[in-house]
Ligand binder design. Structure first.
Ligand code: AMP
Length: 268
């Protein structure tokens, strides 16, 4: 049984709060370089320098690895965050998420979805019809992990994004994560905006493999953010879904289409 790749995960804390995390699938040869990049990122985080940084390295067996594809990328430029949230609502409704579930997700992300009104370490799982929160731990949430882009896809994606001045780690990592979420059994859609106070964009990703970047989804300086995965599955399949999101290794080996930017005027 040959071992070809390692799952490398980093999580960083400050004041006993999660501030940063990262996950990659890397060869033994690249492990050091990628780990140093992650370390630097944790030390230069906009929420302050990390105080505790944890690294986890585990081998992935090649027969466990699945192959995936990136969703198509759409870039929506809005004029203010309230308009961005209206657009996100419309997209989620069109994807079959109920108005109740959308309102629950937005309320939780805006107020801080973890106990104490802070951001979670992972994502909420929200029933796409009832709006009920289904993740077993509302502070940790569900952390999607063990996914990466192949070297070819990473290079191709970065050059396509550069044409829209969007070749940055936020977009590349969010697309990678969304690709795994959309491939998971029972996921209808995802809504995300960052907890990084300087990064005000976010996205809606839907099961028809569309990733809709929205330029503004929160006010500048806001530290609360997070992810909501809208799901349609019974309690028994929930455990299977969580295990898949957290443990199934997935290498993304195909890029999606990159669509030109779309500008939304306030009246539209
Ligand atoms: P970021 O996009 O890194 O700014 O993260 C924004 C929020 O998304 C975090 O506060 C977490 O709640 C959530 N998040 C980040 N990484 C993951 C992950 N790998 N799996 C699930 N949720 C995540």
């Amino acid at each position: 049984m040959s071992v070809e790749l390692n799952s490398l995960r980093m999580r960083a804390e400050r004041d006993n709060r999660h501030i940063s995390g990262a996950e990659r699938l890397v060869s033994l040869e690249d492990l050091g370089t990628v780990a140093v990049d992650m370390l630097q990122r944790a030390l230069q985080h906009p929420c302050g320098q990390a105080e505790r940084i944890y690294f986890y390295v585990e081998p992935i067996k090649c027969e466990q690895l699945l192959s995936g594809c990136l969703p198509d990328f759409f870039n929506n430029q809005v004029t203010h965050w309230q308009q961005g949230r209206e657009l996100a609502k419309e997209m989620l409704l069109a994807a079959g998420v109920s108005a109740t579930a959308i309102a629950a997700a937005i309320r939780n992300l805006a107020d801080g979805a973890a106990p104490g009104g802070v951001s979670m370490r992972g994502a909420m799982l929200i029933d796409s019809k009832t709006g009920e929160r289904l993740e077993p731990d509302q502070a940790r949430g569900v952390r999607v992990s063990r996914m990466d882009l192949s070297a070819g896809v990473r290079a191709q994606l970065r050059s396509l994004l550069a044409a829209q001045k969007l070749d940055n780690p936020h977009v590349v990592e969010a697309l990678t994560l969304a690709a795994k979420v959309l491939a998971a059994p029972g996921v209808v859609a995802e809504l995300c905006w960052s907890d990084d106070p300087d990064y005000t964009a976010g996205y809606v990703a839907t099961a028809d493999k569309r990733y809709q970047r929205i330029s503004l989804l929160k006010p500048a300086g806001e530290e609360r953010g997070g992810r909501a995965f809208f799901v349609q599955c019974g309690k028994q399949r929930l455990a299977v879904l969580i295990d898949w999101l957290e443990h199934q290794p997935l290498m993304i080996e195909r890029v999606g289409r990159i669509h030109p930017v779309r500008y939304w005027r306030e009246e539209s």
